[in-house]
Design a protein around this ligand. Structure first.
Ligand SMILES: Cc1ncc(COP(=O)(O)O)c(C=O)c1O
Length: 410
């Protein structure tokens, strides 16, 4: 007989498509900002499942909503609407610039909908040649062929054959570069208010205002991808609210469901009018279970208590990073907004972000990178200060381990 096969990290290498290189341990339980692996070893989580579990693991309000909806109705498809989706849409509209919401299941799908809508709007309202999308180098918008092509990183978009046409990439935060390519054939400018995967680069306020003006001048739509920067991550519900520059289309995902897959595309009535039944859709988008959990996450995040706690945590992390850097000179730059903070490695450690993450794991800390040179801090918005302090102490131990050369350098 032999019993069931042992399931552990090695199983991954045997059964999974090899598109990821996960850490050496397998998390099995989480509570707040603590996680435990198969052997019962405990970790502090500064990664939040890539900025997803913004309220920590198994937040009671989310668990309650999941259980309650789990006893009611799980799925209806888009042939029937449902109460959690309608409630969540209304709340998102009440809290933002938007009049209309489309729900999907991932950031990429929300962006795919956004880019299709922008094209559709321009073609319907202005003519068939208004299709140019201006996007930015180092941007990341997802992995479908359209979204990965709008993203500005060849390492993700090359090698899959012909790409959707009429997409141009210019340097981020460079208004002259946008001016040089924008014209009356431009349908949209697409940007992340804080570039996430590309290295944690906040947008400059003047640049953002300038892009808004250029879009208005050329009747192009401004699309903000707030998949990573939204839902409280930078201390306001969405990051555009910090800047006072309003988009025509905005996408949200990740923290929207607090760990349950859901995404949303928000837009105005004027733009939404070009859509009609059958033009776009998805089976699962607006699923009642996902929307019930997201509604609980939305209600919890969109409160002064949660949003105002972000800045104090930001300041603590940044001051500890400065202190650590005074001791070990490991970082060339620290940047970011709210609880989306990047520490760029100094020349000596260039390209070694993954080794730092492994050292963090060695010291009981789950951390992210943003490309090969930047360590990314994205803890829960409600991480207790004690966990934050202990986590930064563990991080310092990891940095010391790297600097002392106790980790193998490649
Ligand atoms: C800004 C941004 N847009 C889109 C995506 C894609 O989201 P998903 O992986 O849910 O498709 C990500 C994921 O990291 C992101 O950071």
């Amino acid at each position: 007989m032999g019993g069931e096969k042992v399931i552990d990290r090695n199983t991954f290498d045997d059964v999974m498509l090899p598109v990821y290189a996960p850490a050496a341990f397998v998390p099995v339980k989480g509570k707040g900002s603590r996680v435990w692996d198969q052997q019962g070893q405990e970790f502090i989580d500064f990664s939040s499942g890539i900025a997803v579990t913004a309220l920590g693991h198994c937040h009671p309000a989310l668990v309650r909503a999941l259980k309650a909806q789990g006893e009611l109705i799980w799925h209806t498809s888009n042939l029937f609407t449902n109460e959690p989706a309608l409630r969540l849409a209304q709340k998102m509209i009440d809290a933002t610039f938007a009049d209309r919401v489309f729900f999907a299941n991932s950031g990429a799908e929300a962006n795919e909908a956004a880019f299709k809508l922008a094209r559709r709007y321009a073609i319907e309202r202005h003519g068939p040649y208004k299709t140019k999308i201006i996007a930015f180098k180092n941007a990341f918008h997802g992995r479908t062929l359209f979204t990965v092509s709008v993203g500005g990183q060849a390492k993700y978009s090359d090698g899959f054959g012909p790409k959707p046409a009429d997409i141009v990439h210019v340097p981020f935060n460079d208004l002259d570069a946008v001016k040089a390519v924008i014209d009356d054939h431009t349908c949209a400018v697409v940007l992340e208010p804080v570039q996430g995967e590309g290295g944690i680069t906040p947008v400059d306020a003047d640049f953002l205002r300038g892009v808004r003006e250029l879009c208005d001048k050329h009747q192009a739509l401004l699309v903000f991808d707030e998949v990573q920067s939204g839902m409280g991550r930078t201390g306001t519900l969405f990051t555009y609210m910090r800047y006072g520059v309003t988009p025509d289309i905005l996408t949200s995902a990740k923290a929207l469901g607090g760990g349950f897959p859901i995404s949303a595309m928000l837009t105005t009535n004027a733009v939404a009018q070009v859509m009609e039944p059958g033009v776009h859709g998805t089976t699962y988008g607006g699923n009642p279970l996902a929307c019930a959990v997201a509604e609980a996450a939305f209600d919890t995040i969109n409160t002064p208590e949660v949003l105002s706690g972000v800045q104090a945590r930001y300041e603590f992390i940044v001051s500890r990073l400065a202190e650590i850097n005074r001791r070990y000179a490991a970082f060339a730059d620290v940047r970011g907004l709210g609880l989306l903070i990047g520490a760029e490695l100094s020349d000596e450690y260039k390209g070694m972000a993954r080794e730092f993450l492994a050292a963090a794991v060695d010291n009981g800390l789950m951390l992210l990178n943003a490309g090969p040179n930047v360590l990314r801090f994205a803890p829960s918005l409600v991480i207790p200060m004690e966990d934050l302090k202990q986590g930064m102490d563990r991080f310092e131990n990891a940095v010391r381990q790297m600097v002392d050369g106790k980790m193998d350098k490649p």
